[in-house]
Design a binder for this molecule. Sequence first.
Ligand SMILES: *[C@@H]1O[C@H](CO)[C@@H](O)[C@H](O)[C@H]1NC(C)=O
Ligand SMILES: *[C@@H]1O[C@H](CO)[C@@H](O)[C@H](O)[C@H]1NC(C)=O
Length: 151
Amino acid sequence: MLKSLFVYGLLGVLLIPAKCNPIVVCIEDDDDLRVDCLIKSKPNKINTYEFSWSSGTKEILINTNVSGSSADSQFKSTVEELQPHGYRMTLSHFKEKIPLNTTYMCKVTGEIARIKMEKAQLAPCSAVSLFLKSSCSWIICLLLTLHQTHS
Ligand SMILES: *[C@@H]1O[C@H](CO)[C@@H](O)[C@H](O)[C@H]1NC(C)=O
Ligand SMILES: *[C@@H]1O[C@H](CO)[C@@H](O)[C@H](O)[C@H]1NC(C)=O
């Protein structure tokens, strides 16, 4: 039991941040830029979100509902809540305007996730969600297998 807990913990630490990064950036069919931020919000707290990116040395706020801060007015983005948790930010018809090397960041209630992407690496959302599903469920499979061999 202890041993399997250890394995769970170790795999969790090693694999989940790498394979299941809570921030996912992709391009939708109609050239919208989509950023999914899958950080769990905290129960019993006022939850806030913040989407930003940095390109070169400049960090630009795209959308937030942190009171007191306001997004750069050049961005007309929308944010919706995802089930079971997380937020999705969409910038309409933005494909042409994406900076070449960009670090995308999102923050939910103080917790931050970031991913660096070159413009050429951005994949269509349909492909990304398939990939994500398969790599995350692959980890779950592995965990279950290990669990069974150890118990
Ligand atoms: C930000 O948006 C979330 C989800 O819509 C909401 O639950 C939260 O109360 C908002 N926070 C503020 C400070 O308005
Ligand atoms: C983007 O980053 C890569 C490596 O991180 C670098 O090779 C490339 O020159 C950069 N491109 C631009 C336009 O800054």
